[in-house]
Design a protein around this ligand. Structure first.
Ligand SMILES: C[S@@+](CC[C@H](N)C(=O)[O-])C[C@H]1O[C@@H](n2cnc3c(N)ncnc32)[C@H](O)[C@@H]1O
Length: 227
């Protein structure tokens, strides 16, 4: 089938997505990301390259899940330049809130500017510092079982802990999405990060969640439902 990459509406595709025609076809035949998200992606890729940005399909899946569950309150673990937070903020109702966690002051400053530029400040709560502490603080402040959705996308060593804290903070039926769960296909190799991800994947499947599925999109994306 004739296929033109130039027809893809989002120009901020990661290399993997640009070079895989089937994947590009999937993106082209899925609802495009909102323009502010595409702009924030492009800005980030222009400034820092594509290494840390989430793939387009992962961001589309987050939106789809939020809409399916009627999500209003979101945890976003690993802010970076604010793309996933902005993406979630635009997928939830005006009364909703995204709580995003980031330890790098530099990343947070860029994220705050992006969010301000796209006028989403009222829907995003920034937490500066270790995500672990930020999440524990929410629990201690009476936020348990109050969130609908959690997107885990920070340091891989803490994925199991972020998962357990998200489970505590999510309402029953809430959803956790976890990025990079195939980590470049290195999960069953000697790669240090791959080993961490493999350990985390085993933790998810043996956890108290209702169901978990690991999908081969982006560089791996897992979805779990809280009992
Ligand atoms: C892959 S990026 C997040 C990308 C973002 N979710 C997006 O979709 O654009 C991971 C981010 O997590 C942050 N991070 C890493 N370890 C952290 C920790 N222990 N606590 C808080 N943030 C952390 C990094 O500084 C980085 O900005």
């Amino acid at each position: 089938m004739a296929f033109s990459l130039s027809r893809i509406r989002c120009s901020a595709l990661k290399d993997l997505e640009k070079n895989n025609h089937l994947l590009s076809y999937c993106i082209q035949h899925s609802t495009p990301l909102p323009s502010p998200v595409v702009q924030a992606l492009e800005r980030t890729v222009n400034m820092f390259g594509e290494k840390l940005v989430s793939s387009v399909q992962v961001l589309q899946m987050n939106r789809m899940l939020l809409k399916l569950i009627g999500g209003k309150k979101v945890l976003d673990i690993g802010t970076y330049t604010g793309i996933s937070a902005l993406n979630s903020a635009l997928a939830i109702p005006d009364s909703g809130k995204v709580y995003t966690f980031e330890k790098s002051k530099k990343h947070l400053e860029i994220a705050r500017n992006n969010i301000k530029d796209f006028k989403m400040e009222s829907k995003i709560v920034f937490s500066c510092g270790e995500a672990l502490q930020g999440l524990e603080k929410l629990l201690a402040s009476g936020y348990s079982e109050s969130f609908d959705f959690s997107f885990i996308d920070a340091d891989k060593a803490n994925y199991p802990v972020y998962f357990d804290l998200s489970m505590d903070l999510l309402r029953p039926g809430g959803v956790i999405a976890i990025d990079n769960t195939l980590y470049k296909g290195l999960i069953e190799t000697e790669d240090k990060t791959g080993k961490r991800i493999d350990k985390a994947n085993k933790h998810f499947i043996n956890s108290r969640c209702k169901e978990v599925v690991l999908l081969n999109i982006g560089d791996g994306y897992s979805i779990a439902i809280k009992e």
